[in-house]
Ligand binder design. Structure first.
Ligand code: RTP
Ligand code: MG
Length: 138
């Protein structure tokens, strides 16, 4: 089933020059880009995006990090795009959970600096796409 998912290349990924590699992996997988923008993130947007984690001990660090430098925000489209991008990203902890060959497994060392975000369900994808790309019709 064709889906859309919201993908972010987080500040660490942009600053380390991994934008091209991440997009390359998305395209090689067979997924396509429906929207793409380099974006400064406000605290308001970051808080809304990560609202589900607002009570977690790492929430403050997460907001500080995600607003520290520009991110690349994308809407990625294709067959089972939500699960397909989560597969490309690998697990949240780049060492304990993400396998080699995934974005996080290949490039990450710390859970806080895990390079990419991808929506985790159709509900999250719809919510996040309308948050980041309100003018996009889907
Ligand atoms: P994301 O939302 O960024 O795609 O990552 P995820 O689904 O794999 O992980 P999630 O549980 O949603 O956590 C969101 C982000 O919060 C940071 N985090 N830090 N210090 C910690 O224990 C911790 N746990 C999570 C990570 O940057 C994670 O991607
Ligand atoms: Mg998540």
């Amino acid at each position: 089933m064709t889906e859309q998912t919201l993908v972010l290349i987080k500040p660490d990924g942009v600053q380390r020059g991994l934008v091209g590699d991440v997009i390359n992996r998305i395209e090689r997988k067979g997924l396509t880009l429906a929207a793409l923008e380099l974006r400064e993130v406000t605290v308001e947007l970051a808080s809304a995006h990560y609202a589900e984690h607002s009570e977690r001990p790492f929430f403050g660090d997460l907001l500080e990090f995600i607003t520290s430098a520009p991110v690349v925000a994308m809407v990625v489209e294709g067959d089972r795009a939500i699960a397909a991008f989560r597969q490309l990203a690998g697990g949240t902890d780049p060492v304990e959970k993400a396998a080699p060959g995934t974005i996080r497994g290949d490039f990450g060392l710390a859970t806080q600096f895990n390079i990419v975000h991808g929506s985790d369900s159709p509900e999250s994808a719809a919510r996040e796409i309308s948050l980041w790309f309100p003018s996009l019709n889907s």
